[in-house]
Design a protein around this ligand. Structure first.
Ligand code: XLS
Ligand code: NI
Ligand code: NI
Length: 449
């Protein structure tokens, strides 16, 4: 690792050095209060539990523009009019930021890192050029790639979908892009490859053959899997559910929809789910619900860690700051045995009104501290609270006797009738929700970083 926390000739975030852990009493906005990377919690360090990742797109490509007005944030790395040079500078700025934030991982879309060329070959060349430089930066800094992905939604050609486009020529363009993005991911040692089906959906059923589109999507994903495996990608393929936005309806509505789809098309051995907190709420679920549906199915791949805004329901991609959410998420992740190939990727952006470069640091520090606290509290709850016992107890009637026979598929509907007639009315047993909620708060109050 290089001694200097920045790369190349220019420092893009002067005056800010590596962010350090200073503990819960610190008032320094540029220090961690809870995230202490080397601290061991249970069987591993915080760093290894949380596997934080910073995304390229919100932090280095976006400038705060919205449909009503232009960007508000300076991006000193995007000043060159030479697109390749600007991409090189953006890469240097990104790796300086990753290093100063001390995260182990980053994530990117092909088009975040390298500009699209005039044709397929030129786009491939641009990407290869930047990937070569990224590889060198990874070597200098020790930062690894959590996942790569292809941006199959920004270019106007994808307005009617990528793999689900009604025009085969567009599907082929999407294939070319995924092929190159997979190669880039393998080259950079990526541990996952993500598909977020941003335009895989429809605006009206009247012009859409949904049956055909779903078949095409499955076919396309199978081809990506086969090619990835052939070139040595042995990480996980991930689908990131989202019910809408940009389309009126997207096929990958939520975790259960995606899991059903993957099983239907024989993709469940290679694909898992990338759960994004804000997409869960768009689908009318809680973040914890989506995580639990994945762990139930053995399909939790990774997490896009952000949060939505309860008032308007958009994909606002705010940084995660809600402790109740992070505690619940970490409970589910820990109960599942922790992340395997996945991690916590901040698919989150600072507000348009947050215009200082320093705000980028403060936002990530807050997200990391929120999850570090969530980890500590969840770990303590699993060790010391009786919540898990209580939940197990509620199902004790299935652990032996007739209940067990039912669970093992040994009873018929007639048997249920016999049991009911013999036993008579069942006894009421409280679900004790208020007690459960109090216990969670008790632990939130109790645990100090
Ligand atoms: C958009 C998605 C996107 C994916 C990667 O809503 O969250 O950023 O994570 O394509
Ligand atoms: Ni996302
Ligand atoms: Ni999103």
């Amino acid at each position: 690792m290089s001694a200097r926390p920045w790369i190349g000739n220019r420092e893009y975030f002067p005056g800010i050095s590596r962010i350090e852990y200073e503990g819960p009493e610190s008032d320094n906005p540029l220090a961690f209060k809870a995230y202490d990377a080397d601290r061991v919690v249970g069987d591993k360090t915080m760093r290894d539990h949380l596997r934080f990742s910073i995304c390229y797109w919100h932090t280095f490509c976006a400038d705060g523009a919205d449909p009503f007005g232009p960007g508000t944030r300076p991006r000193p790395w995007s000043e060159s009019t030479d697109r390749l040079k600007a991409a090189e500078e953006k890469l240097d700025a990104a790796f300086e930021f990753f290093s100063k934030m001390t995260v182990p991982y980053f994530c990117f879309h092909d088009r975040d890192m390298a500009p699209e060329g005039a044709n397929v070959t030129e786009s491939e060349k641009n990407l290869q050029h930047l990937v070569g430089r990224a590889k060198a930066r990874q070597k200098d800094t020790g930062i690894r790639l959590l996942w790569g992905t292809a941006n199959l939604f920004s270019h106007p050609r994808y307005m009617n979908g990528a793999s689900t486009n009604p025009d085969f020529d567009v599907v082929a363009q999407a294939g070319a892009q995924v092929k190159a993005a997979l190669e880039a991911t393998v080259e950079l040692g990526g541990e996952n490859f993500v598909f977020w089906g941003g335009r895989e959906g429809y605006s009206t059923l009247f012009n859409t053959d949904t049956g055909r589109e779903l078949e095409h999507m499955a076919r396309f994903l199978g081809m990506a899997r086969d090619y990835g495996r052939a070139i040595g990608f042995n990480g996980a393929f991930l689908i990131e559910p989202k019910p809408m936005e940009p389309m009126y309806h997207q096929y990958d509505v939520d975790a259960q929809t995606v899991i059903g789809f993957l099983r239907q098309y024989g993709l469940a051995d290679d694909f898992k789910v990338n759960v994004e907190a804000n997409h869960a709420t768009l689908a009318g679920h809680s973040f914890a619900h989506e995580l639990r549906m994945c762990t139930n199915a053995g399909m939790l791949g990774s997490v896009d860690a952000n949060r939505g805004n309860p008032q308007n329901g958009w994909d606002t991609d705010q940084f995660p700051a809600d402790l109740y959410d992070t505690v619940q998420a970490m409970l589910i992740v820990l109960e599942d045995g922790g992340f395997k190939t996945g991690g916590l990727n901040f698919d989150a952006k600072v507000r348009r009104e947050s215009t200082d470069l320093e705000d980028l640091f403060i936002a990530h520090i807050g997200g990391m501290d929120s999850y570090a606290r969530g980890l500590l509290i969840a770990h303590e709850m699993l060790e010391k609270s009786s919540l898990a016992d209580f939940r197990r107890e509620r199902y004790a009637s299935f652990d032996n006797g007739q209940g067990q026979a039912f669970a093992q598929g040994k009873l018929s509907l007639e048997d249920l009738r016999e049991h009911a007639a013999k036993q008579g009315e069942s006894q009421k047993r409280s679900g004790r929700q208020e007690w459960v909620e109090n216990v969670i708060n008790d632990f939130i109050f109790r645990v100090k970083p």
